[in-house]
Design a protein around this ligand. Structure first.
Ligand SMILES: [Zn+2]
Length: 112
């Protein structure tokens, strides 16, 4: 086990690097760097199918750019073009449920 910051060898169980003072407790580091909790595939898919016109599924998955686009298409057209976003969301919802879209914007795999 070596200090991540200065590379100095550490004794087993040592929690602070004596050389540079960096906290090296592995459990703390793992918690700090663990990825975000996986999001639900079912929830994302259903959001896309039923609320796709508002981009809810993309907001949920963190694809904010697409989500805002879908929302604006619906709002700026006063709902006239909401079917465009609705169909777009419906297709993405199906892709999510079938596993073609299997991760969120952070690259975290969706859970079943
Ligand atoms: Zn160090």
């Amino acid at each position: 086990m070596y200090c991540k910051k200065c590379g100095k060898k550490l004794e087993e169980g040592q929690q602070v690097c004596l050389s540079c003072g960096t906290l090296v407790n592995s459990q703390l580091n793992q918690q700090a760097t663990s990825p975000a909790a996986p999001k639900s595939k079912i929830a994302a898919g259903l959001f896309g199918i039923f609320l796709g016109a508002l981009g809810v599924h993309n907001f949920y998955l963190g694809y904010t750019g697409k989500a805002v686009a879908q929302l604006l298409i619906s709002i700026l057209s006063c709902g006239v073009l909401s079917f465009v976003s609705a169909i777009w969301g419906l297709i993405e919802g199906i892709l999510i449920l079938t596993g073609s879209i299997d991760r969120d914007a952070m690259g975290v795999l969706l859970k079943d």
